[in-house]
Design a protein around this ligand. Sequence first.
Ligand code: ATP
Ligand code: MG
Length: 334
Amino acid sequence: MSNLNKKRILTGDRPTGPLHIGHYVGSVKNRVLLQNEYELFYLIADVQALTDNYDNPEKVASNIFQVAQDNIACGLDPEKSTIFIQSMIPEIAELTVFFMNLVSHNEVLRNPTVKTEIKEKNFGDSTPFGFVGYPVSQAADILFIGTDVVPVGVDQAPMLELTNVVARRFNSTYKTDLLKEIKPLFGVEKNLIGTDGDAKMSKSKGNTINLMDTDEEVIAKVKKMYTDPTRIHATDPGKVEGNPVFIYHDFLNPNLAEVNDLKERYLKGTVGDVEVKDKLSKAIIKFLEPIRERRAQFPLDKVKEIVLEGTKRTQAEARLRLDKIKEAMKIKYF
Ligand code: ATP
Ligand code: MG
């Protein structure tokens, strides 16, 4: 099928650090699966990353190609998909400014994800204006390219709702049907839990198992993992539900018989954390192996070329799209 007939996907990550297994199950896995069926645009969200890292641009800059490499290593295929850098598409910033008028001040402040993140980041009285408004900029990321589907983690659900509100308001205000409502696609019902038992594995919380971790790092992190806090001895019956070690087994260990056997024995108190963790480390190491091999085939120099080419392709498309949007708004003067 030619790209002309394909529906579009927009997806992306903030270049704030290496990707972890939470990213994999939440969004990367779906991206890779869907790139055959859809025309996929992958955004490296550096402008969004700056909203809470504006004073540390080096952190953002040093992760640009890294995050693209992580995705390619997981199977994002540069032959099929377009990888581009957000800050190199000025039309997104332009569209953000237009969209800011379509959303109320209160609506942005009420956004549950932004509220939680503001608390977690301890901004105090100095929450950047840009941070509060990032969902509007995210609506521009998604809508500028005519997206149909967005594969993301569930923490992004409120952003995607707002995106559809913006699309609807734009269309009704400017009497057009130019902007399409989008469909979110969640890889998991809940965010993947952190190694410390926190509700979300997150780069900024240091509770991650990264896709580029070495075998030794995986083993050390799994050893320290939080399990069932109420279980003291290996002979005590334990809890499987909500136990991070079993959640990871469910996602990453393809040996169902082994996982079921461990669960049964854990519930009865006939297996210790050591064996459960040892089998988990082995499963994660096996899962990471092909990712490591593919990463080796795409050194950063090669990734840079891919990103430059994808960004150029997106720039051309963005100019055409913004012209149409301005026409609909009746502000295309020449
Ligand atoms: P930061 O701490 O800088 O916000 P992050 O770890 O939250 O980083 P993002 O780049 O914000 O990562 O998220 C990229 C994508 O991965 C989003 O679609 C997000 O929903 C998804 N994602 C991130 N963490 C998880 C997780 N623990 N479980 C499932 N999906 C996740
Ligand atoms: Mg995040």
